[in-house]
Design a binder for this molecule. Sequence first.
Ligand code: 13P
Ligand code: 13P
Ligand code: MG
Ligand code: MG
Length: 367
Amino acid sequence: MKITLSVIKADIGSIGGHIKPSGRLFKTVQDYIATNGSGLIKDFYTSYTGDDIAILMSHTRGKLDSKIHKLAWDAFLAGTDVARKQGLYGAGQDLLKDTFSGNVRGMGPAVAEMQFNERPNEPFLFFAADKTEPGAYNLPMYLTFADPMNTPGLLLQPNLTKGFKFTIMDVSYTKGDRVIELKTPEDLYNIAALLRDNDRYVIESITSRDSGEPAAAVSTTRLHNIAGKYTGKDDPVALVRVQHDFPATGEVLAPYARGHFVGGGMRGSHHMPLMPLKINSPTSYFDGPPMVSCAAFCVHNGKFTEPADCFDHPFWDHVRDKVARKSIEMREQGFSGPAMLPFTELEYGGIVKILDSMNKKFTVRKK
Ligand code: 13P
Ligand code: 13P
Ligand code: MG
Ligand code: MG
């Protein structure tokens, strides 16, 4: 059976700042999908990561389907109503357009989708990140799909040795989708050359060269490109199929033990390490640290199993301690140098005014 997995995620309000949605808000979104999704979707699962609510759906309608996207959009509108009534912070924060126009791309919510023929057993992973940008997945995905130091399957599993095709998007280009397709292993250095720039080049999807099957999909929403100013961080979601034709679950999770530095944290304007956390975790230190959660499922005839919470294991306590240490070390650096994002990312915020006002006061000394 050809099914589509769609995950659509938005921040529509939270308790006590950018921490987490209220129970009532979360339940409103969940109930909306349960009531209005019947006949349209095969199954769904809702979770939150920091202040973002994600709706994972399975259906047979393909990618960018207007009914599926509208279902999620309307659930977020219903949630926003409750968020306003409760006086939650940032009610409707990520709903940047007033009228729905076909699909949620370019409207604020993050979306990642994959359509494929369900394998007899179809395990997949659903990632959700908060207080960071889509490029946060660049390094982990590169390590998983391109580096045999991380993924022994690239050497040991015949289906993987042919490599993968990476579709990478230039997310700073706003007139359309500017993309490039590159193949492993021959384009490894070109891929790395792009992916080093997390705020500009973002993995959109990865495909198996052996089977041509989709392996991974990442949301590429850049909110400041839509709003023209800072309205919140992009907080990306991703889907990854695992085992057999794809990397094993452990090979997809392993890179997150690094706690690599990503753009995000306080006011979306800093470099902070990415902390792997349990599903439905709140934000905390310095409006962060940037966090990622991962729920593993099997889907069969479009029905999901219950999720396995991938970072809910003692191993990740050790990683979380390390990430907390790295966070504090970077924060000791305040606004200086690498602690804060480069100007190209900050130019959507208030610092532009400060610098502009001083620009006029600068003088060039006569020799
Ligand atoms: P399977 O052979 O059952 O897929 O598991 C092996 C594996 O990939 C473990 O990493
Ligand atoms: P969110 O994008 O998660 O709402 O965070 C915004 C922010 O500026 C936190 O400091
Ligand atoms: Mg928020
Ligand atoms: Mg958020």
